[in-house]
Design a protein around this ligand. Structure first.
Ligand code: URA
Length: 202
């Protein structure tokens, strides 16, 4: 089992916060471990909890449309959430739950090392751009921790507020060119060989 598979298994069996007691299935994420794009939502809903897969309910259908209409393919994108287990009755995840789950998200980012991270909604935005509102920062790509972060409204927002639909569609269309323009993500841990070179002063 490689590190990515091992992490997925660890998330499936995680009991580090109370959400593990009410879930049907944990939802680690879906997509290739070599994806250039990672999309991060809020947390699993009813359908995701049942199937153990992210974005398979109504918001997921809209996300699929957005991905396809922007010229991307869902199977090329890694899709996950800030919390991997469903908050009861789809309530907002609580700070302690987000904190308990953060190590899983951080490790997924480290392993996948995507060129672009698209944050869907305020909880995943806050992981990279704390203290902001989506309305202010949406569709403005920025470098955070050496990587391109692109904040967007959550697709479910358009299901509740139809006027956001075209905003989200427009914002989505920018993603392929962001990937083309993205600088290679900075490697937080230089490979052993490079470390050797540094330590030998060469
Ligand atoms: N909403 C999310 O934020 N994530 C999902 O997986 C489904 C709906």
């Amino acid at each position: 089992m490689n590190r990515f598979e091992e992490l997925t298994k660890r998330i499936q069996h995680c009991t580090d916060c109370p959400l593990s007691r009410t879930r049907t299935n944990a939802v680690p994420g879906d997509g290739p471990s070599s994806a250039d794009i990672m999309m991060i939502g809020e947390g699993p809903g009813f359908h995701e909890d049942r199937q153990g897969l992210p974005f398979v309910g109504p918001a997921g259908r809209f996300l699929n449309e957005l991905i396809t209409s922007s010229g991307l393919r869902r199977q090329d994108v890694f899709i996950t959430n800030v919390v991997k287990c469903r908050p009861p009755n789809n309530r907002d995840p609580m700070p302690g739950e987000i904190q308990a789950c953060r190590k899983h998200l951080d490790e997924q980012i480290e392993i996948i090392n995507p060129k672009v991270i698209v944050t869907l909604g305020r909880f995943s935005m806050a992981r990279f751009i704390p203290g902001q509102t989506i309305g202010r920062v949406r569709a403005k790509a920025r470098q955070v921790e050496g990587r391109t972060i692109y904040p967007m409204y959550h697709p479910a927002a358009a299901l509740h507020n139809g006027s956001l639909r075209s905003v989200i569609e427009d914002d989505f269309r920018a993603i392929p060119s962001l990937v083309e323009q993205a600088l290679p993500p900075e490697d937080p841990k230089p490979p052993a060989q490079q470390l050797d070179m540094f330590s030998q002063g060469r």
